[in-house]
Design a protein around this ligand. Structure first.
Ligand SMILES: C[S@@+](CC[C@H](N)C(=O)[O-])C[C@H]1O[C@@H](n2cnc3c(N)ncnc32)[C@H](O)[C@@H]1O
Length: 207
């Protein structure tokens, strides 16, 4: 199994169930949303890469302009469309390395270590730059090395016990893998960027 198969089998639903989340992860999720809200200009039109069930755009709906989220897992998009009732955002199925859009947005987001689970990281960054061309309007959140203990506990509670750990990746039962990033690795991959710490378990990179 790979990450795509794990998501098809509903990994994200288990991850967002608070009963699986260690305290450090619950605190990260809350702080991440508050930080993203503070960095996105009111009424900006945002494109969410790997939006899952749309919780960020739906949660930020009253703050944002007409925004769009996409994910390659169609069952998540179906749930996002049901959950958006009354919200202005829209959702569709697409791959983050080949987004079928041409009109640029005010900002692009890729949150909750979604980027750290994607295989073609630079392909995704290329699409974020293309669809949100202004410097400083692209936002990626990723885990730091200090997140490893909390993520081990979290993944085990989801049925994906960690089998192997390297300096930049956890590989778990069922073939799920998730990366983490030092500041140096982030700067190597993204080039010039501003790093906002989220607790000590994550960063938001703005580039
Ligand atoms: C860690 S989950 C986070 C989902 C959502 N951003 C959230 O925080 O609730 C990662 C998401 O990225 C999606 N994903 C992974 N690779 C993708 C790709 N290449 N294109 C589109 N979606 C992708 C998965 O299906 C999954 O919904």
């Amino acid at each position: 199994m790979n990450n795509e198969a794990a998501y098809t089998q509903g990994l994200l639903r288990k991850a967002l169930d608070p009963s699986t989340q260690p305290a450090a992860i619950r605190a990260f999720l809350k702080e991440e949303l508050e930080l993203v809200r503070s960095l996105l200009r009111p009424r900006s039109r945002v494109l969410d890469f790997g939006c899952g069930m749309g919780r960020h755009l739906i949660g930020l709906d009253s703050h944002l302009g007409r925004s769009v989220g996409f994910d390659y897992e169609s069952s998540y998009i179906k749930e996002a469309r049901q959950a958006r009732a009354g919200a202005g955002c829209v959702f569709f199925v697409a791959d983050a390395t080949a987004v079928p859009l041409v009109v640029p947005f005010d900002a692009a987001i890729c949150l909750t270590n979604t980027w750290g689970t994607m295989s073609d990281k630079l392909g995704v960054i290329h699409e974020m730059r293309r669809l949100s061309p202004a410097v400083g309007t692209r936002f990626v959140t990723v885990y730091s090395p200090a997140s490893v203990a909390a993520r081990r506990e979290w993944y085990a509670k989801m049925g994906h016990r960690v089998l192997a750990a390297t300096d930049h990746e956890l590989v778990a039962e069922g073939g799920f893998s998730s990366e983490h990033f030092t500041e140096r690795r982030l700067r190597d991959l993204l080039g010039p960027c501003k790093l906002h710490p989220i607790g000590d378990v994550a960063y938001l990179a703005q580039f």
